[in-house]
Design a protein around this ligand. Sequence first.
Ligand SMILES: Nc1ncnc2c1ncn2[C@@H]1O[C@H](COP(=O)(O)OP(=O)(O)OP(=O)(O)O)[C@@H](O)[C@H]1O
Length: 227
Amino acid sequence: MPIIEIKNANIYQGENQVLKDVNLTVNKGEFVYLVGRTGSGKSSLLKTLYADLPLTEGDAVVVGHQLRNMHWREVPYLRRKLGIVFQDFRLLTDRNVAENLRFVLKATGWKDKKAMDEKINEVLEQVGLKHKALKMPFEMSGGEQQRVDIARALLNSPKLILADEPTGNLDPITTDEIMTLLLSIAQKTNAAIVMATHDYTVVQKYPARLIKTEGGKVIDNATIDNL
Ligand SMILES: Nc1ncnc2c1ncn2[C@@H]1O[C@H](COP(=O)(O)OP(=O)(O)OP(=O)(O)O)[C@@H](O)[C@H]1O
């Protein structure tokens, strides 16, 4: 069953058409790179997938939700089924790691304290940071903060993880660690991952399906030599 199915979608930023006639299917557990030059529409495509940009032309179903003309009330239900990872981590700076995670759980409807504690432990274990639950974000390295960001994305057991340049701020060794983590998550949890990246070293080292935005189009199964 596809996790993402986009058909004949046109994607706009305001009046500007950014992508035309987008057709894309991503299946359960697939790892997909999204590449393309700056300004070619990678973020716009990701934003469409998590309903930050409204879809008005064409059809798209993401984790079972129809995106076209989605009512704002439905957006939180879609987001709950997604994990979103950003380049700049976006952790709350005034609270420790566990409280950052608890904040998201509460915001997504969790109530039971014991269940929340268990979930926080579980996702920190998944990203190898169980011993850092009480650290403040500023006490952690960039790679560790990115792991917390990934842990946060895992809280609601998503079937789709959208990652916008998750290694963009990291050195090569930390980048390798984060890539290994993301690939193992795709394998263990069977979540599909769509990862926007500029880092062609990563793409070469960890080959996977390549989707490319270019000239207002989305090109599937692009190859490394025509990036
Ligand atoms: N909020 C916005 N309002 C209007 N136009 C925008 C907005 N955000 C992006 N755009 C325009 O839409 C086009 C696609 O931008 P987008 O951010 O999707 O590209 P990108 O491939 O993700 O680039 P980058 O790699 O720099 O993140 C660009 O021409 C950009 O200027």
